[in-house]
Design a protein around this ligand. Structure first.
Ligand SMILES: [Zn+2]
Length: 403
């Protein structure tokens, strides 16, 4: 059938009736169905013009590359058990699929299965009571139900509420990150993936990518929020730091408050974040430029809080400053918290970076030639997510491997 042809009206009517009766039986009456079905006549049904042009994935744009130069890719195989099926919850399973669809055909990646790691790695950056609380409360939430924090005992920090669901606000930064039966399990699996990617790095693979959700960079030492439960990139940095200094560069649109909080008093992990200014962007309470670290950590936390509207060219003037900060620090490893929400049209951001910009950014970061584990954070515009990820990694690979 040509794309501009429709089946005969009797056939169409049959299809519409099937849909109404099978899918919407509980909301549509037989009278209503008859009315709708009858309205399908040949002369008044037309297909609308194609609105979106399908972008063909680029097949092997980069010719066959040696196995040991490929980017190790670890995917959270349990990410979709965490599905908050509520209107407006943009942190959805489809994000992973959109990215995979674009990056897999490039031939740049080799897949590595996630391994299991003990809880002690999570406890190396998170408060034990917090971790145990998350585990227990998630176990007790009925299937398909979510708990949203609604009481925040900020004045009485020594008195966490007894009731587990009520206690959520004691450990939470906001009111839109729910607890459910699988949040703990999915977040723990995301950590397994990041640690697998980190072990790949230690085994001599210079570029590795943990494609995970839920994200992690908003999770603080003893708090969840911003769709995040465990701070995967902080856990990776803590895992690597035994072998040498680590820089965490957070290029998500939102401030990496969790990583800042966890390493604020340390000099062995440098934390840098480029993000929308907290006067208008989540998390609103941190990410200011005068947060520079304290004690031992003074000077080792750097925030670039940028204005509301910015394009890729201007963005890169700040990215270059951050890259200079990393060069001055001379880390052995780089942990890159990759948010794709600086992209044009992202529902949680205000900037306008294009696919080209993501590639340019990737090239600049690759040129550092520091062994890098990339950890997936935000990015919610599903239609451009995959393309931007692909272009970013094509740039990163190119920058890293050029002579
Ligand atoms: Zn973000």
């Amino acid at each position: 059938m040509e794309t501009n042809e429709l089946p005969e009206s009797n056939k169409l009517q049959k299809i519409v009736r099937e849909i109404l009766e099978k899918k919407y039986a509980d909301v549509c009456s037989p009278e209503y169905n008859n009315l709708v079905v009858k309205s399908f006549k040949n002369e008044n049904v037309k297909l609308r013009e194609l609105k979106y042009i399908k972008v063909k994935p680029i097949q092997n744009e980069i010719p066959k590359i040696a196995e040991d130069l490929k980017i190790s890719l670890v995917i959270n195989d349990k990410h979709d058990i965490h599905h908050v099926n509520e209107r407006g919850y943009v942190e959805a399973p489809v994000r992973i699929k959109s990215i995979l669809k674009e990056i897999e055909p490039t031939g740049l990646f080799k897949s590595v299965a996630p391994k299991n790691y003990p809880l002690k790695h999570i406890l190396s950056v998170h408060d034990e009571k917090y971790v145990k609380y998350l585990e227990k409360v998630c176990q007790n939430v009925p299937a398909n139900k979510s708990i949203y924090p609604y009481v925040f005992p900020i004045r009485n920090a020594a008195r966490p509420p007894i009731d587990l669901p009520v206690r959520a606000g004691y450990y939470c930064l906001d009111t839109f990150t729910p607890l459910n039966q699988n949040a703990f399990l999915a977040a723990r699996r995301a950590v397994d993936c990041v640690l697998t990617a980190t072990d790949e790095l230690l085994a001599g693979n210079n570029l590795t990518y943990a494609l995970i959700r839920p994200p992690g960079h908003h999770a603080e030492h003893k708090a969840f929020g911003g769709f995040c439960y465990f701070n995967s990139n902080a856990i990776a940095a803590q895992y690597l730091v035994k072998h040498g200094k680590v820089s965490i560069l957070d290029i998500d649109y939102h401030h990496g408050n969790g990583s800042e909080n966890i390493f604020y008093e340390r000099s062995d992990v440098q934390t840098i974040s480029i993000h929308g200014h907290p006067k208008f962007a989540y998390p609103y309470f941190s990410g200011f430029e005068d947060e520079k670290g304290s004690g031992e950590g003074e000077g080792f936390n750097i925030n670039y809080a940028l204005k509301e509207k910015i394009d890729g060219l201007e963005y890169r003037t700040y990215l270059k400053k951050a890259i200079q900060n990393i060069k001055d620090y001379k880390p052995r490893f780089l942990v890159l918290a990759l948010g794709l929400d600086p992209a044009k049209g992202d529902p949680t951001g205000t900037w306008s970076l294009s696919a080209n910009d993501f590639e340019e950014n990737g090239i600049l970061l690759g040129k550092l030639k520091i062994p890098t584990v990339v950890v997936q954070e935000g990015g919610y515009k599903v239609r451009s997510l995959g393309i931007n990820a692909r272009r970013f990694f094509q740039g990163l690979w190119k920058g890293f491997n050029e002579k």
